[in-house]
Design a protein around this ligand. Structure first.
Ligand SMILES: [Mg+2]
Length: 388
């Protein structure tokens, strides 16, 4: 059974403003536009403002009517994005499988990590605590056996909530929710269901699979499953870039392993440098080989932990080269890395001296616009005694 966590920051933009401007605390803060904004829409409002009926997506003009003494702020998205990145870095301390849903919301797949904590409540508290220590903001956390339950759970006790729904509790817990809480049920679907006297998830369970499919098509089956707490969607760790890499075509085809090894070392250094500059780690390394007859193969290795050090990239690519080279002359050689994540835990798994050296090499390369220090494996092997 999977363990999925949904984390949702509490009235995120408004909370950041209240954090940084103590005079705003305890006041109805509405972020989205200034008071006289004609076209502005509320993007977030503090819980104090919600008491007056203000909510996100509401025109500012309407919010002014509901809450005339509210404090209206256009908002500073650059700042919110920076805070969001800090929060994301906390997520990656708990799981490499993070799906960022929006600037203030993410799913974490914690499956297999449960034993590290006394209980799932402990896990939720640990994440909330770490977020608060890092950005001084509260989050609401929901934990359940899938995304649907986790998201519903994080919303259940906002703000500063923590709700854990065990698999065996899902059935009863879900039953009383109004159908509009089911993912994918919008106003129109809810209206059709209401005309059938289907108002709650318990009611929805009374509908046959056939009738739901007849009415709603493919979505009908999803509704049937979600009503039973079944949701097969995976947490999908995305990233800005899907992969990056570097390849080189030779002027004359190369057969000598020693020469290929040296080129591979250069490629690894370039790919590693680009990864680190992007602030990324990679979980998959792919070797691309094109032979003299233009047949091209790619071979990949995926890792349990993300990497971004040249040594690791080289070692894996070199092993792939050794395993796949054969006797044929090579026309093109390339290294690609994929399954990128914005954060890794390299320092936990590798030699700090090596990381320090890498940082030094990167700084020099950035300063001079070209590599200044080289690893031994990158040097040409002119001395026959050194050749393999
Ligand atoms: Mg939120």
């Amino acid at each position: 059974m999977a363990t999925i966590m949904h984390v949702d920051m509490d009235s995120f933009f408004a909370a950041v403003e209240q954090r940084d401007n103590p005079e705003l605390r305890g006041k109805p803060v509405i972020v989205g536009g200034s008071r006289d904004s004609k076209r502005g829409v509320v993007s977030t409002c503090s819980y104090e403002a919600r008491k007056y009926g203000v909510h996100s997506a509401m025109p500012i003009a309407q919010a002014v009517k509901l809450c005339p003494h509210g404090i209206f702020i256009p908002g500073n998205h650059k700042k919110y994005a920076a805070v969001s990145r800090q929060i994301r870095s906390v997520f990656y301390q708990f799981s490499p499988l993070v799906e960022v849903v929006s600037i203030d919301e993410a799913f974490l797949d914690m499956t297999g990590c449960e034993h590290l904590y006394q209980s799932l409540e402990d896990l939720g508290r640990a994440v909330k605590r770490k977020i608060f220590e890092t950005v001084s903001l509260t989050a609401s956390v929901g934990i359940g056996p899938n995304k649907f339950i986790a998201k519903l759970a994080s919303d259940y006790r906002k703000p500063d909530g923590l709700v854990v729904i065990k698999p065996e509790a899902v059935w009863d817990w879900l039953a009383p929710f109004p159908v509009k809480k089911v993912w994918g049920i919008g106003k129109k679907t809810a209206e059709v269901l209401a005309s059938w006297q289907v108002l709650t998830i318990a009611d929805l369970r009374q509908c046959s699979q056939e009738s739901l499919i007849r009415q709603f098509g493919k979505q009908g089956l999803t509704l049937y499953l979600l009503a039973r707490g079944i949701d097969h969607r995976q947490v999908e760790p995305g990233s800005e870039a899907k992969s990056l890499g570097r390849e080189t075509t030779f002027v004359t085809d190369i057969t000598a392993v020693s020469k290929l090894r040296q080129v591979l070392a250069d490629l690894a250094a370039e790919v590693g440098y680009r990864l680190r500059r992007e602030g990324c780690w990679a979980r998959t390394v792919t070797l691309k080989l094109r032979y003299d007859d233009f047949t091209t193969i790619t071979r990949s290795t995926s890792l349990p932990e993300p990497i971004n050090n040249d040594d690791d990239i080289f070692d894996i690519a070199h092993q792939l080269l050794v395993d796949n080279l054969g006797q044929r002359p090579v026309r093109l050689l390339g290294i690609y890395v994929s399954q990128l994540t914005p954060f890794g835990q390299a320092s936990l798994f590798s030699d700090p001296r090596r990381e320090k050296l890498t940082r030094l090499m990167d700084e020099l390369k950035a300063r001079h616009g070209r590599p200044v220090l080289y690893k031994g494996r990158q040097l040409p092997l002119d001395d026959p005694d050194l050749s393999e």
